[in-house]
Design a binder for this molecule. Sequence first.
Ligand SMILES: CC(=O)[C@@H](O)[C@H](O)COP(=O)(O)O
Length: 256
Amino acid sequence: MLKIADKTFSSRLFTGTGKFNDKATMVAALQASGSELVTMALKRVDLQNKDDDILQPLIANEMHLLPNTSGARTAKDAVFAAKLAREALETHWVKLEIHPDPRYLLPDPIETLLAAEQLVKEGFVVLPYVHADPVLCKRLESVGVAAVMPLGSPIGSNQGLKTKVFLEIIIEQSNIPVIIDAGLGAPSHAATAMEMGADAVLVNTAIAVAPDPVVMSRAFALAVQAGRMAFETGLAGQQQQALASSPLTAFLEDVG
Ligand SMILES: CC(=O)[C@@H](O)[C@H](O)COP(=O)(O)O
């Protein structure tokens, strides 16, 4: 089980609500994924209305809501959005996203750290979306965020783990959960992230725009489980040279 702040999760696949063709497909895909934490952009939600098209099926399926501050360009914008969400959705969880750059949607590290510090002080459970920067992740940990969400590659790009070498450092150094977020374009990317020791992954685009989002969300769920299982048991080591797979005539325990 994965524990983040006051909640435990049996699924390590977190999902998003954007880019689905229709609401029924979104609901079916999220259900098939087994995901227990679902993020949605505040800018897409009618905060006055609990019957909002996006919110209503998530609440009905008892998924935990993770409002995100996508669209915020500064710490001030993000703090404002988080407070609105807390008021309207009755959750103090927030995925902190501040990306002023519309072309690559890369997160602003300085504004993110400032906003995280303020939101933690105000009692929020903060999950910041960040570049795969090990120094920034430690700074965010020291101000009290609940988890870090470093990117694999730009949001929506489906390019996979372009930042792998830095993600490995973040995972090795972190004392809080590491959720690899953004750019995971195939179940194999998610499996690799989990084999590396990530605590969870967040996937939106690759599921939502797949020819069959329901089947693809199941494929991601299985990949996440397989990757986690492999990490927990430990991978066999790599060798520089070939070693015959059948070097003996008997099993090891039979050879005196
Ligand atoms: C929905 C959400 O929060 C995205 O901003 C997130 O980063 C997922 O990225 P992908 O769409 O690349 O999976």
